[in-house]
Design a protein around this ligand. Structure first.
Ligand SMILES: O=C(O)CCC(=O)C(=O)O
Ligand SMILES: [Fe+2]
Length: 252
């Protein structure tokens, strides 16, 4: 196997980061991806894009690492493992790798959250977004609600900001800070990595018609203990394995 190049610049994860993530539900690490990783990710994500829409059962977007060796090589990359251990502790599993490319004119995503261990707070599930070429507010931007993850509600589902405000958000306060819950639109410079607890409410603004493609991929990891609905991983891939990802691919 070729030597693993660094994917992250040497900025360290600090204990403050952990506190911030647990309080807010997400953390933005601006410009964390190396120039080399950004170049290789654009290549890999363009490759996935060229294979779309693909097989209904095994869509290249949902099983991205199964269709591209570079994407697969990051599942167990030492820097990725270190980062996931910082968030989830010792016992970790890979859950999925999904390409989230959004060409100009893409409609974005409505408000939602994801499931895992709603009644088992000791089981964590983290989404690690690589915003390879970043995004600006109002242009394929990630929107969040600080503190929403603490409700561990997997059923958040609203079509607009106003529907979320008048629905789920109404009368809720941040369980830690006591502040009213608020919608916030993020911005992310090129190479940003965003970590998010899976129960956090999030949405994506449409990509402007004249904008270039937003190149993005998400890697998700969890503490084993329950089945996972989003575990897009074929049996063949699990059996074949991935160099460096030993011990990560099994359900338990
Ligand atoms: O495209 C994005 O930025 C977010 C996509 C998303 O909601 C997810 O992967 O959970
Ligand atoms: Fe999502």
């Amino acid at each position: 196997m070729e030597k693993m190049e660094s994917i992250f610049t040497d900025r360290a994860w600090s204990s403050g980061h952990r506190e911030e993530m647990d309080r807010d539900g997400h953390i933005v690490l601006p410009g964390l991806l190396t120039a080399d990783a950004r170049t290789r990710l654009v290549e890999a994500l363009s490759h996935i894009q060229s294979l779309m829409p693909g097989d209904e059962e095994y869509k290249p977007s949902h099983y991205a690492a199964e269709y591209n060796d570079y994407l697969a090589s990051l599942i167990g990359h030492p820097q990725m493992r270190d980062l996931v251990h910082e968030v989830l502790g010792e016992d970790i599993r890979y859950d999925h790798c999904v390409s989230l490319n959004r060409p100009g004119g893409n409609g974005g995503a409505h408000w939602h959250s994801h499931e895992y261990g709603e009644t088992r707070p000791e089981l964590g599930f983290v989404r690690i977004f690589f915003y390879v070429n970043g995004f600006a507010p109002g242009d394929g931007a990630l929107k969040v609600v600080r503190g929403s993850h603490l409700f561990r509600d997997a059923s958040i589902d609203f079509q607009s900001d106003s529907a979320l405000r008048e629905g789920w958000i109404q009368d809720k306060v941040h369980p830690v800070t006591g502040q009213p819950l608020e919608i916030e639109e993020l911005s992310a410079p090129e190479g940003s990595v965003v970590l998010m607890w899976t129960h956090a409410a999030h949405a994506v603004t449409p990509r402007r018609a004249g904008s270039d493609t937003r190149w993005t991929v998400v890697y998700a990891y969890r503490n084993p203990g329950l089945p996972s609905r989003a575990r897009w991983l074929s049996e063949a891939f699990e059996e074949r394995g991935v160099p460096g990802a030993e011990g990560l691919l099994s359900l338990y």
